[in-house]
Write a protein that binds this ligand. Structure first.
Ligand code: IMP
Length: 434
């Protein structure tokens, strides 16, 4: 069993990473998030309870595990406190099991206001963001004007830095976006109170994790969103503003690449995307509607209907290479149970010529013609199965086909939202038998 593991989305997010991380967390001491913010929506079902975690690592649901929010995450302190309170009401106390990096950047109210105005100004070209202030917070980080969680420690420092940035934001809001401005006194007063509750969670996450690894502890690094939404490698500009691919785990926690261990990619047995941007294997009409209905494909954070389509081998191969995947977890296999035939996108063509690589330009990606290979469906329920041998032969053939096409072995198959609705494949290098 590997010591440390990065779990990353292979597609455009919503692959079911929350369930996979929750199922794996049992075998790790610490679960650490490394990027994104409260834009993630990890739905985890434990017994009768359904949890949607946006900022907290999924591992927090297991009582003995330490949950870490790395420096690469943008932290909305109000969202964090609300989430801690919400799971507390369901009987899960985070207490001192939650650690937040003192170097993580803050999402403040002006980020959300800026995002709403910027999206409205883009009109038809809008990105379709989750409206959580993620992009503007990362802009301020890269622009070297962002406030960090450590700034909450000293009220006077917070007030001074906040006043400087807010003056600029207010000028921008009225001059460029024609929007309302925020009052410095109100904002600072409100955050003094919030700071008091956040500061006890702050720590140097890099030091904590590295010492823990030195002491023999195992860390699971939990990616949010997906590789195709990665700021560098995704379908830019229709991406999120962080490093969602596995490499982000190093910069986003301060743990060096040599210590990250193996990488497991999570992919649905088909593909979905929420928000705008190219989606070559998108299905239309009743096929898409049926998958959306059977898979409850509506955003966990925004409630938006997800766009649905077929498994995309070209994109998955691209993602496997970017992440250096050791293995795949295939989720929501059961959603395809009704189909007599399942198309799988195996090649892209431009002007009748196959193209070898996932293109950089979205204009090209929007024009690709996908060549499909149609694979027989199994038309039997696989819902809740937890043994490989119980799967219909054609479902096994489908999974073998995906593994062969992508060139990555499959370590786990998910057949339902519950922890035990999972098939572990014993011959994998990263498999962890229950
Ligand atoms: P942002 O992350 O809110 O800036 O949104 C940028 C893009 O990423 C939009 O297309 C969102 O729909 C998408 N996105 C952000 N978070 C998630 C997620 O957790 N799952 C799926 N899509 C996401």
């Amino acid at each position: 069993m590997p010591k440390n593991l990065v779990v990353v989305g292979v597609q455009w997010g919503d692959e079911g990473k929350g369930k996979v991380v929750d199922a794996l967390a049992e075998h790790f001491d610490i679960v650490a998030r490394y990027q994104g913010g409260a834009n993630a929506g990890h739905t985890v079902v434990v017994g009768e309870n359904k949890f949607v975690l946006q900022l907290l690592p999924s591992g927090v649901l297991r009582p003995q595990k330490v949950a870490v929010i790395g420096n690469g995450v943008v932290v909305d302190p109000e969202a964090l406190l609300n989430e801690v309170e919400a799971i507390g009401k369901l009987g899960i106390e985070v207490g001192d099991r939650l650690l937040v990096s003192d170097r993580a950047h803050l999402i403040l109210p002006y980020h959300r206001a800026h995002e709403a105005a910027a999206e409205a100004a883009r009109g038809a070209g809008k990105i379709g963001t989750t409206a959580k202030g993620i992009g503007p917070a990362y802009e301020d980080k890269a622009g070297r004007r962002g406030l960090r969680t450590c700034d909450l420690r000293e009220p006077e420092i917070f007030r001074r830095k906040c006043a400087g940035v807010l003056a600029e934001k207010n000028r921008l809001a009225s001059a460029v976006f024609g929007g309302g401005t925020l009052d410095e006194g109100d904002l600072v007063d409100r955050y003094y109170e919030i700071a008091r509750r956040i500061v006890p969670y702050l720590t140097n996450v890099s030091a904590y994790l590295n010492h823990a690894i030195d002491g023999g502890k195992c860390v699971l690094f939990e990616g949010a969103q997906g590789t195709l939404l990665d700021m560098d490698h995704g379908t830019f500009p229709f991406v999120t503003s962080s490093s969602a691919a596995a490499g982000g785990a190093a910069t986003g926690t301060g743990v060096g690449p040599t210590r990250l261990g193996t990488v497991m990619g999570v992919s649905k047995a088909y593909t979905t995307r929420v928000g705008s941007g190219p989606f070559p294997t998108e299905a239309a009409g009743p096929d898409a509607d049926k998958i959306r209905e059977r898979g409850s494909e509506f955003g966990a954070v925004t409630g938006r209907p997800r766009r649905c389509g077929w498994f995309d081998v070209v994109a998955a191969r691209y993602s496997a290479r970017l992440n250096g995947l050791s293995a795949l977890a295939i989720t929501k296999l059961d959603i395809l149970d009704h189909l007599a035939e399942i198309p799988v996108g195996v090649e892209y063509e431009i002007d009748g010529q196959p193209i070898a690589e996932f293109p950089a330009e979205i204009e090209v990606l929007e024009r690709v013609r996908v060549r499909y290979q149609v694979v027989p469906g199994w038309q039997r329920s696989t819902f809740g199965l937890h043994e490989w041998a119980e799967l219909p032969q054609k479902a096994r053939d489908y999974l073998h086909f995906l593994a062969d096409q992508v060139g990555t072995e499959i370590a786990m198959v998910s057949t339902g939202p519950g922890r035990d609705q999972t098939i572990w494949l014993g011959n994998s290098s990263v498999v962890i038998s229950p």
